[in-house]
Every structure is written in structure tokens, then in C-alpha cells.
Write a protein that binds this ligand. Structure first.
Ligand code: NAD
Length: 335
């Protein structure tokens, strides 16, 4: 059975995902495309032998759409995810689930009422070989219990002209998610420090920024986010544990330092920093849709948590204070 995917949003990532679904992932095809820019939707649909439609509602109602990919701008995800839930169709929704925690909560509540998990969030780092290997290091066979995590997240130039608060909801949301996934625990607080602006930072904005989180067990998580770093794209994560240290650089290799030895595993091929993560994420999602679940990726609950943490981070950025992160009980649907 081939899963026919309807694509909502045919920009950078929507197009990349659609090409993957049509050409690299097994068991899927793209059947319908919608973008507010009709020419863009027409062009992608023509490339993939799909048809384009004029509204998101048409994608969701289409009989030849079994599952939906949402890759529209951040502020539209929650509304379109709600539409997908009411249509009863599985959805891979790009991050963030929502910009504001209230909208994220509305999606979470709707899925809980439905009583069935249909939403997977596009937090693809959970499928990245580097992060997967880092997580495997967090055991007695590796570097032991995590104590402190340092992250780097740098863009060459601000995507979507990000302002500082959007840096938190759009970009650092990746670290909010991947670090709680790595540690397998929630945060208790977040602090955002704004330092000396770089030469490309718009007036009144801050870039780079430093975000410091603390987890329930006390682990410190630090993120340097720099949207106008100029020299290139870089993502890094360094975890110091009770037995050693694991370092993931800007490629997908991890360096382990342990027992007075530091070593690097070099992958055979360079395919682009997250190309493999996107492909593996999509293949896993298509396989889960075909099987009727379960979905291995981030859930609506994970998207809701990321929205809450992002919103507390904005509060910290505005006030300069450390802000507590408090979450409601996790609904049984996400146990
Ligand atoms: N997981 C990741 O690593 C990752 C990477 C890139 C982007 N993203 C996310 O994917 C989303 C899209 O990012 P992008 O880089 O492709 O942006 P983009 O600007 O290239 O594309 C967005 C597309 O949405 C279209 N659009 C606007 N209004 C719409 C509507 N009402 N309905 C449907 N489409 C509409 C635009 O015309 C455009 O084609 C963002 O939310 C971003 O955060 C995630």
C-alpha cells in the first residue's frame, strides 16, 4: 500500500520533504500540493505528477490524501494541525507545533479528546545519527550520567529575517526538544542572556544569545544561538558525564573522551548536515502511517512542551530574569 501524502506549504523544507517522499522514501507518493503561492504549488505538483489545489481544507478533504505534511510558516501550523485532526488524517507537522503555548495547548487538547495520536512533529534531530549516538553514550557503557550539556546553533544568516524572540520559538526550539529527549527529563527553568550584538544584528535585537536551562535532576543545558554567524551553518552538542565526555561537531560524528583517550568516528559520506535525519524521519513516519502507528518521533505533547519552554524563554529575554518552567501532567495518551 502506497501512502498518498498531501503537502501544505511548498517552500524550502516542504519541497525537500516532498522530493524525499516521492523519490527516496519507500511506500509513499505525493498526490496533492497546496501553497499560498499558487505558482509554487503548481510547479512542485507538476514535478511530482501530483495535482495542486487552492486551499489547505481541500488537501485534507481529498480522497487521494491518506496523510498530510505541514510545512507552512510557523504561525500557521497549529490551525492546520487542528484541521488535520478533524479530518482524522495522520500529519507530519514541521516545528514548531505553535508559536504561542495557548495554540499548542489547543492542538494537544484536541488530540487528547480524539483519543488517538495522529500528529508527529518535525523534530528530525531525534533521527540524526549524531544525536542518536550521543544518546547511546549516556549510559555506563559510555560517558555515564549527563551532568552538563553545551550546544551550538549557528546560521550563516537569519532565516526568515528572524528577530530575537523568533530565534527562541523557531530555532532554539530544536535544542529545547533534543536536549530533553537526550536527558529524558523536563526542564525546571530557563534563562536567556543577551550579549554584545554582532555587526548584522538589527537595531534593538540581540544576536548571539545564550540560553541556559536546568533539568529536573539539575543538569545544566546551555545553548549559544547565533543567527547571523556569517561563516556557515553549525550545530554542535557536547555532553559531559560522570564517566567522560561525548562531543558531536558540525558533521555527524561524535568524539568520545574517556580513560585518557579521545577518539572520532568519521562517517563514510557527507550528505548535508541533516539530510539523513530528514530521510529517516520521513521513512519512519510513512512506515508508521502504513501500520496505523505507533509514531516514533516527537508527539503533540513534545511540541506543546517546546512551546511552553520557548514562551518562558521569551519572558526571560524580556525581563532578564530566570523563569520557572512548569508543565501540567502529561496526558496518558503520551505515556
Ligand atoms: N525541521 C527543520 O529542520 C526545519 C527546517 C526548515 C524549516 N522548518 C520549518 O518548516 C516551515 C517552513 O519553512 P521553510 O524554510 O520551508 O519556509 P519557506 O518560507 O521557504 O516556505 C513556506 C511556504 O509556505 C507557504 N505559505 C504561506 N502561507 C501559507 C498557507 N496559508 N498555507 C500553506 N502554505 C503557505 C509560502 O508561500 C512558502 O512557500 C517553518 O515552520 C520552519 O520552522 C523546519
Amino acid at each position: 500500500m502506497v501512502i498518498r501524502v498531501g503537502v501544505i506549504g511548498a517552500g524550502n523544507i516542504g519541497t525537500a520533504h516532498a522530493l524525499n517522499l516521492a523519490r527516496s522514501v519507500s511506500g509513499s507518493a505525493v498526490s496533492v500540493v497546496f501553497d499560498a503561492d499558487q505558482a509554487r504549488a503548481d510547479s512542485l505538483a507538476a514535478d511530482l505528477g501530483a495535482r495542486s489545489v487552492g486551499t489547505a481544507e481541500e488537501v485534507l478533504a481529498a480522497e487521494d490524501v491518506d496523510a498530510v505534511l505541514i510545512a507552512s510558516p510557523d504561525g500557521l501550523h497549529a490551525g492546520q494541525a487542528l484541521l488535520a485532526l478533524s479530518a482524522g488524517k495522520p500529519v507530519l507537522c514541521e516545528k514548531p507545533l505553535a508559536v504561542g503555548e495557548d495554540e499548542a495547548r489547543a492542538v494537544l487538547d484536541a488530540e487528547v479528546v480524539l483519543g488517538q495520536r495522529l500528529i508527529q512533529l518535525g523534530f528530525m534531530r531525534r533521527f540524526d545519527p549524531g544525536y542518536v549516538q550521543l544518546k547511546q553514550e549516556l549510559s555506563d557503557d559510555g560517558i555515564g550520567d549527563p551532568l552538563i550539556v553545551h550546544n551550538l546553533h549557528r546560521n550563516t544568516s537569519a532565516p526568515y529575517g528572524l528577530r530575537t524572540e523568533q530565534t527562541l520559538t523557531n530555532m532554539v526550539t530544536h535544542e529545547f526538544d533534543i536536549c530533553r529527549w537526550l536527558l529524558d527529563e523536563e526542564y525546571t527553568s530557563v534563562t536567556v542572556l543577551a550579549g554584545r550584538p554582532g555587526p548584522l544584528t538589527p537595531q534593538g535585537q540581540h544576536d548571539p544569545i545564550l540560553v541556559i536551562l536546568q533539568s529536573v535532576s539539575g543538569v545544566l543545558v546551555e545553548v549559544e544561538a547565533f543567527v547571523n554567524a556569517r561563516f556557515g551553518y553549525e550545530v554542535g552538542c557536547r555532553v559531559t558525564g560522570s564517566l567522560g565526555q561525548a562531543v558531536m561537531g558540525d558533521a555527524t560524528f561524535v568524539t568520545r573522551a574517556k580513560s585518557f583517550h579521545r577518539g572520532v568516528a568519521v562517517p563514510e559520506l557527507w550528505l548535508g548536515r541533516f539530510a539523513e535525519a530528514y530521510r529517516v524521519q520521513l521513512q519512519g513516519w510513512v512506515d508508521a502511517v502504513r501500520a496505523g502507528g505507533p509514531y516514533r518521533g516527537a508527539s503533540a505533547w513534545d511540541g506543546y512542551v517546546a512551546a511552553v519552554v520557548s514562551n518562558r524563554a521569551i519572558e526571560s529575554y524580556r525581563t532578564g530574569q530566570r523563569v520557572a518552567v512548569e508543565l501540567p501532567p502529561r496526558p496518558a495518551l503520551y505515556a
